[in-house]
Design a binder for this molecule. Structure first.
Ligand code: FES
Ligand code: FE2
Length: 361
């Protein structure tokens, strides 16, 4: 297994026929340029006068200057190296120094454009075969615009290959130690139960009960321990949608470590959507939102800040862990790796990614 895609000449890299999260919708205003590299492709996204997004290669077809270093002129973008101007369809419409414009500009003066969509507060870009860019394939994430949840949102940039972040997200057993001072609340053994892992369309579904989890600071209950239920889908290329609830201690056994029954009301519940976007082989952007149910927030407005502070602490712990792991892997010592039961999620997800890459090849 290539632990990091791109290491080694034969290592296939990325799934192309999928939607990658490029930005939060509100990060791109009318007539504002937004640049991001996704799977080693420089991408420029901007909003036209009518609010519609356009996405194209952020690489002038003349000498490969980033167009995002240029300027928007109405709905067109001008490269500020030698002045070529492109319309929102990526077609060069002006070469000032040659006094060419419109139809007189050669047909091969163009940059590729990409399907782009806005859904659930995220901007999604498709870098594969445009004929296969089906918006129905965009995972049904929950963003801050969802009226049932009170979400905060953010992103973090990693100096790490996306697969290491995906591994981390498909194996929440790491909470016991990586997050012993945040999510685990100093009680690692709450996270020793093995999850249920199953294949679903374009991803995996993981369900786990973490028994006797300590009460979180933002919970109002007088109980000290709860059974925490987590269920999430993790979809290619790395999109996580998770519900979690804190149930009375004993809740896990009451439903045989399965789905909580309708009579089981959680003391508190939250939802999080997260997405890993590979930028280059060694860098990734991690987008996330997190928050409690809107009804809970109304009773306890501090709950959002409490959850958010805890999640952010944990996200930094993940980042530090994975970036350190990446550095050690890059030494390529050739030492073998062993497997433990917790690797089922990461292994299944990697198999799915590898299969999709192979099918595209
Ligand atoms: S590089 Fe863009 S105009 Fe020359
Ligand atoms: Fe984590």
């Amino acid at each position: 297994m290539d632990i990091i895609k791109g290491l080694g000449e034969q290592s296939p890299l990325y799934v192309k026929n999928c939607w990658y999260v490029a930005a939060w919708c509100n990060e791109i205003d009318i007539h504002q340029m937004y640049a991001i590299t996704i799977i080693n492709k420089p991408v420029l996204i901007y909003r036209k006068e009518n609010g519609e997004l356009t996405a194209m290669a952020d690489q002038c077809c003349h000498r490969h200057m980033p167009l995002s270093n240029g300027r928007l002129e109405g709905d067109d973008v001008r490269c500020m190296y030698h002045g070529l101007k492109f319309n929102a369809q990526g077609r060069c419409v002006e070469v000032p120094t040659m006094k060419l414009s419109g139809e007189d500009v050669p047909d091969n003066f163009l940059v590729p454009t990409y399907p782009v969509a806005e859904k659930h507060d995220w901007v999604w870009v498709w870098l594969g075969d445009p004929d296969k860019a089906d918006e129905a394939l965009i995972p049904a994430t929950t963003g801050p615009d969802d009226p049932d949840w009170f979400m905060h949102k953010g992103h973090l940039d990693y100096d790490a290959n996306y697969l290491l972040i995906n591994d981390n997200l498909s194996d929440l057993g790491h909470i016991a130690y990586t997050h012993q001072n945040s999510f685990a609340g100093g009680k690692s053994d709450a996270y020793f139960n093995q999850p249920r892992v199953q294949m679903i369309d374009r991803g995996i579904r993981i369900t786990r009960w973490n028994t006797n989890s300590p009460r979180r600071a933002y919970q109002k209950s007088s109980d000290d321990f709860f059974d925490q239920y987590m269920t999430y889908d993790f979809i290619v290329p790395g999109v996580l949608m998770m519900f979690q609830g804190m149930y009375k201690a004993g809740g896990a056994e009451a439903c045989d470590f399965g789905t909580p029954t309708t009579e089981m009301e959680p003391d508190t519940a939250s939802f999080t959507s997260q997405s890993v976007t590979p930028m280059t082989d060694g860098t990734s952007r991690y987008f996330f939102s997190w928050g409690p149910r809107m009804v809970e927030h109304k009773d306890n407005p501090d709950i959002v800040e409490g959850m958010w502070a805890l999640a952010n602490k944990a996200f930094i712990e993940d980042k530090e862990t994975i970036e350190t792991q990446q550095l050690n892997i890059q030494l390529r010592t050739g030492a073998p790796m062993v497997s433990i039961q917790d690797d089922r999620g990461p292994n299944m997800f990697r198999k799915m990614i590898d299969k999709m890459i192979a099918e595209e090849a």
